[in-house]
Design a protein around this ligand. Structure first.
Ligand code: 5CA
Length: 447
């Protein structure tokens, strides 16, 4: 993509309304534009990142055995009256009337809608277990939407729902999602710590929040230092017995500042870490709460009708865009992990019109495209300083920088955004080195 043909409306000034770094950087890098409080348009580069995160979440859900569906954003009030949540949900629910004066709502979550699908189609234990998920916009009329996409009113969520005949079966489904989350966050370049949590308005008796570490996070997190070694989850496969894996993770100490008590904490002070964190996922087991209220039951092997055991499993896909930036940035701007970067690399032509620089940057641009890479070529006539600052701001993992001074010496610069390291190469070697870096599939840790 040539920058002069792209839509990348970067801001020079720091937007006043943005209180935290991810909100500021998303606005400055032209990723989002506010429509009204807590509601955003996603501009091309923001949408690219959102879609990449969505795709990683989708692949890991599919791998765990869940099936993707798409439920509507607008739901009928009747379903929520059946579960009893229509009145309970209060002002956070956006209530709408259609032209026939029927009560509708913009879904804040989908337990009722998915329970309706299962009670219609699943009549026998033989169809179980099953886990259905979708990735869809939600609306919660938060009292204080803030921090950009981190606490929006409209936000993008992956929500999965498992259905089982028994509590033991539901525990297996819960464990699969637990492991799927660890794999998902590792692929996003994040250290995610699962923590026992309250179930809140979703209900139930087993729940974990997944918190990623970021210095600007909302909650304080105390954890054993070995957590930072605990990200080797890629190779765990989805047998039914994931309990030992889950135990291994949950036995290692981790608490929020609300639940941590220095007097009873079993971890030696030398091994205890305190950092800030952001909740990016939340999983729940709530038994038959919705199935009993809504009549979702199946015939069991002994012929009796049994209410389904359910769990629900959320990941804040749009929140993750902000959370990754919170975990990975510096004074110059964003530092994207390679797996979600909007482009694989940026090429800066410091002086368009200078024939040698044009020739060299075009050669590297074409070589990258030929290798199947998605690169951004800054071919604008902005000042060299403005271009370098913008390329740092948007956070692509690799940059190639070429100008009259370097190309006349027969070299260009290859810069790693994360370390700031710059290496000079001949243009051909720079192209080869860039492609070699991009071919390395190892996910970079961001914190
Ligand atoms: N039904 C359950 C699981 S599917 C549920 O809704 N859980 S939740 O309320 O915890 O939301 C799941 C995830 O969505 C959260 O972990 C968080 O990452 C994200 N999320 C929740 N509220 C917001 C919001 N206002 N803005 C952005 N993301 C949000």
């Amino acid at each position: 993509m040539r920058l002069t043909q792209y839509f990348l409306p970067v801001l020079k000034e720091n937007p006043k309304e943005a209180q935290i770094v991810s909100h500021r950087l998303m606005l400055r890098a032209g990723m989002i534009q506010q429509s009204s409080a807590g509601i955003y348009s996603w501009l091309p580069m923001g949408l690219k990142v959102l879609s990449k995160i969505e795709q990683i979440v989708r692949e890991e859900q599919n791998r765990s055995g869940a099936f993707e569906i798409k439920m509507p954003t607008i739901q009928p009030a009747e379903l929520w009256q059946e579960s009893g949540r229509y009145d309970d949900y209060g002002l956070e629910m956006l209530r709408i009337k259609d032209r026939h004066d029927r009560d509708m709502l913009y879904g804040p979550t989908n337990e009722e809608q998915v329970t309706d699908i299962c009670r219609t189609h699943i009549k026998s234990y033989r169809a179980l277990p099953i886990n259905l998920y979708h990735i869809q916009w939600k609306f919660r009329d938060e009292v204080r939407p803030r921090f950009g996409v981190m606490r929006g009113r409209e936000f993008y969520m992956k929500d999965a729902y498992s259905f089982d005949l028994t509590a033991e079966g539901a525990r297996i489904a819960y464990n699969k999602m637990f492991v799927s989350y660890l794999k998902t966050f590792a692929r996003l370049g994040l250290t995610a710590i699962p923590m026992e949590a309250d179930t809140g308005p979703i209900g139930g008796d087993l729940s974990h929040e997944f918190i990623i570490l970021a210095d600007t996070g909302e909650s304080g997190v105390y954890f054993h230092k070995d957590w930072q070694e605990k990200d080797m989850v890629a190779d765990i496969s989805y047998g039914d017995d994931l309990q030992p894996v889950v135990d291994q993770f949950t036995q290692l100490y981790a608490r929020t500042d609300e639940t941590h008590d220095a007097n009873t904490c079993p971890v030696d002070e030398a091994d205890l870490m305190m950092r800030r964190g952001i909740e990016v996922g939340h999983i729940f087991y709530f038994g038959t709460k919705y199935s009993a209220a809504m009549g979702a039951s199946v015939s069991s092997p002994d012929g009796e009708m049994t209410d389904l055991h359910m769990g629900s499993y959320g990941i804040g896909v749009s929140r993750l865009v902000g959370a990754i930036i919170e975990a990975s940035h510096d004074d110059g701007g964003i530092i994207w992990p390679a797996s979600v970067s909007p482009f694989d690399a940026g090429i800066v032509n410091l002086k368009p019109g200078h024939s040698e620089t044009d020739k060299v940057t075009d050669m590297i641009y074409q070589a990258a495209i030929k290798a199947g890479r998605d690169v951004l070529l800054d071919d604008s006539t902005d000042s060299a300083g403005a271009k370098l600052a913008r390329m740092d701001l948007i956070g692509l993992p690799w940059q190639i920088i070429a100008g009259p001074r370097s190309t006349e010496r027969g070299v260009v610069e290859l810069k790693c955004r994360k370390t700031g390291e710059v290496v000079e190469h001949s243009p051909e070697d720079a192209a080869a080195a860039l492609l070699a870096h991009l071919a390395q599939k190892v996910s970079q840790k961001v914190s």
